[in-house]
Design a protein around this ligand. Sequence first.
Ligand code: NA7
Length: 545
Amino acid sequence: MNDVVNADSGPMTEVDAVVIGSGFAGLYSIHKLRNELGLDVQAFDDAADVGGTWFWNQYPGARSDTEVNAYCYSFDKDLFHEWKWSERYPRQHEIRAYLQHVADRYDLRRSIRFNTRVQSVTWDEPNSRWIVDADGEKYAAQFVVEAVGLLSATKVPHFAGQEKFKGEIYHTARWPHEDVDLAGKRVGVIGTGSSGTQVIGEIAPRVGEMTVFQRTPQWVVPAKHRPISPGLLERIEQDYEGYWHDVLYSVTAFGFEESDVAAESVSEEERIAAFEKQYEQGGGFQYMFAAFNDVATSRIANAAATEVIARKIRETVKDPVTANLLIPSDLYAKRPLCCDGYYEVYNQDNVQLVDVQHNPIVEFTENGIRTEDGHEYELDVIVLATGFDAVSGNQLKIQHTGRNGVSLHDAWKHRPRTHLGLMSHGFPNLYMIYGPMGPFTNQPPLHEAQVDWVAGTIQYVRDHDLGSIEAGAEAEEAWIAESDEQAAGTLFAVTNSWINGSNIPGKPIINMFFMGGSAAYMDKMQHEVDTDYQENFVLGSPVPA
Ligand code: NA7
């Protein structure tokens, strides 16, 4: 790390690479670039510690709904062996402790400046490097790796009169780190996605009264939490390489066996029986991808999947009016949810469900929430489980100025644009881990695969003294076209959710993922390596001496 004074830009620190974020992807990026490639790396995180999404989402009930054998790092077998997970779906504090352990084990903290937000990154064309403004301090780096999180930019709707409310308001993704005492209180929850269902299920037994303000119900299957299957992690260690290869060369990279049978190809009775069985085994992605392979693409398969869940809701929820309100009218094509005991909550005497789709919230009052029918719900605490400006949200919070002074806001005015979900034309040497049009999969294994790919390109640029690598304009166009075509064949494209940006008013409603599956995505990345990046990238000129 060198401190230098640049005539144009003032004092700044020179490093080889800047990493933004210290969640799963950021930590591995620091390790890979610094400990393996030997680069001088400076990382930033606006949180007070490592963890990324698992630092911020401290709300009661927060946990992963990916089975833990695929929700961890694979790059070091010793790490896999030594960390002892306690549950099939680990809770937030356990995942955060794991990431803290990783930071310590690989001595990563010394490269991270916490409580520091990167405000802008500006391409310095003559010197083939980025000028990074981190809360006013300047850094110059040839490479920037943005590991800023797919679901990190919180969506906090502003309700009329919000400032009048005398109680406490918490967003699930900005939950205080100190204990929030909810015992005996009147709690209102707005939002019934993953975060909402988890928080509702967790706090219902201890609050005084709970009012759930539901705009759109979602299909929820049980998680069936249980200890990790005995011997599973040991069996994985016996064929460690083979296991992780199979995870990556699957469709979803979730580490469970995906079905290769189409629901459309079997009888209705067989369909229903398979979904019943899967429901009993638990798990949202399993329900969508392990029973059949066409739930996300075939309306027939989708209808059979929801028929079973709807019946379970009716069987579980005693009040038929409440049960009906909980049954979605749309397709099963949002991010699939799982939560134990969710529907059972509505049988508790202290829980009421308010349908704010037909009776919208009009304002927050001093004492609670008023709906259109004039009713005022008196509350002590309001929980906003209202989600995220997903996928592109965090990237766009950073002011990027790329080649020829073009901003990322302008380049992405009509839609986010990338090649491989990793690099955007006009922004050389700038990598976005899990950026827009990246793979629609379980994240940690793909984070590692993407960071390995990034490290490969950095090594290539340095070995060949190229200065820069940039996604080609045509390659970007082709990637967007291919991603859109694949997404158009799925039901995610016609269902409102953060997956297509429709949860944010004013955001372009557009495909934001590569839905061709993890294996196909891995092949795409490998193709670039095999062709020496000559086909789809612009390789820059040597760095001036
Ligand atoms: P989601 O899945 O985007 O859910 C947000 C919820 O909040 C959803 O039920 C929304 O209803 C509701 N919402 C949002 N704004 C409002 C307003 N203004 N009024 C009423 N209700 C509102 O976010 P999560 O945090 O649960 O999960 C996001 C991902 O994080 C999840 O999929 C995992 O991958 C981890 P709507 O559907 O918009 O009617």
